[in-house]
Write a protein of this length. Structure first.
Length: 372
């Protein structure tokens, strides 16, 4: 389900578009906008960051319709983060590569008053939304993506606003109030996470590993990371390097590059040690987070942590972590900010992350730290 995976994108486009178009032709013409919302289906099959941002809009729905039952349809890659979002009565993890099994699971639910598809460009979420039994369905009409045919109401998707504003536009016509909620997630407290938090004392999380297709173009040079760590180590008891289980080899290499004689505090590498929910607990108790542009940055923003997000390919206007306590650092020259949907790497002309200096990050760090 990676946004930039060429095979997935090819299949999603050249099979998904005609499938969604045909399903749109045979959809019921008698569906009418519901007068009451007692049961709402939420469809989101994508990345951690997208889902963290969606959590603010879920809070809007829960506040406006406290009597409604919200049911989420998700994929394997975002199931764990959606479990941390308050407000859902049930969460269905769909085996989306198995079409027949997924449709069977979807059809087990009784009829919904409303389906909201949060997918921006992929046809697969619109395709499965078509099979949900519902009185009314809404989703994005994203220019050039041809995924809107099955919806009763479409919202024009914008590349000029933050993604959370797109999500808010998706539900605006159903709002009862004008109160907007910030993203919010929960966490899983365990003995393991408690013990680490106690051991680390005052700690800064460093998360250098982006995920997905061509993730190397979002990655900052290890030498710059280590230089930054040496400088900021004076402010903490522990610098904590986090990562997914798939980042273990890279994290061990990173750890081996650390010159401990230059450290003024402890350095710990814990990639793959904690679950996503336990990692959320670690983030919640952290004093500071410095992360590459990835889901961990958005999770940190949801906890309103002092956060620096080092952001190059992704458009920071569209995808910056959404909190007042976070700052996105972008290159000071060259071509950057060219990702909007998330797969437009053909626009890359250079490794723009090379145009972000340690000096710049440290200056922002000092300024943000002074405000705490």
């Amino acid at each position: 389900m990676e946004k930039g995976n060429k095979t997935y994108h090819f299949l999603d486009r050249f099979i998904g578009i005609p499938a969604v178009f045909l399903l749109g032709l045979i959809k019921s013409r008698f569906r009418k906008r519901p007068l009451t919302l007692r049961k709402i289906a939420i469809v989101n099959l994508f990345s951690i960051g997208d889902n963290v941002l969606m959590s603010g809009v879920i809070r809007d729905l829960v506040a406006d319709y406290p009597e409604a039952e919200l049911v989420a349809f998700v994929a394997n890659n975002n199931y764990q983060i959606v479990k941390l979002i308050p407000g859902f009565a049930r969460i269905h993890k769909l085996p989306i590569s198995n079409f027949l099994k997924t449709v069977f699971l979807i059809r087990q639910e009784k009829r919904f008053d409303l389906v909201i598809d949060f997918g921006s460009w992929p046809r697969v979420s619109a395709l499965y939304s078509a099979f949900i039994k519902a009185n009314y369905k809404i989703g994005f009409n994203s220019r050039g993506q041809f995924r809107h045919y099955i919806f009763d109401q479409t919202i024009d998707y914008s590349h000029h606003i933050h993604e959370i504003e797109n999500y808010r536009n998706l539900i605006n016509s159903f709002r009862r109030t004008n109160i907007h909620h910030l993203p919010m997630i929960g966490y899983i407290k365990s003995k393991k996470s408690d013990d680490l938090i106690l051991e680390f004392k005052k700690y800064c999380i460093i998360h250098p590993w982006p995920g997905g297709y061509k993730s190397i173009l979002k990655q900052w040079n290890n030498k710059r990371w280590t230089e930054l760590i040496y400088i900021i180590s004076q402010y903490f008891d522990t610098i904590v390097l986090t990562g997914a289980p798939s980042d273990n080899e890279k994290s061990i290499d990173f750890r081996n590059e650390i010159d401990h004689s230059r450290m003024k505090c402890k350095f710990r590498e814990i990639s793959g040690v904690l679950s996503l929910g336990e990692t959320a607990h670690l983030i919640k108790q952290a004093s500071f987070v410095i992360s590459i542009d990835t889901g961990i940055a958005h999770m940190s923003a949801a906890f309103d942590k002092p956060l620096i997000c080092i952001q190059g390919p992704a458009n920071s206007i569209r995808w910056r972590p959404y909190s007042q306590n976070s700052i996105s650092i972008v290159p000071d020259k060259g071509t950057f900010g060219y990702l909007s949907f998330g797969f437009e790497y053909y626009r890359a002309k250079e490794n723009c992350m090379e145009n972000i200096s340690v000096v710049n990050v440290y200056q922002v760090f000092k300024n943000l730290l002074a405000k705490q």
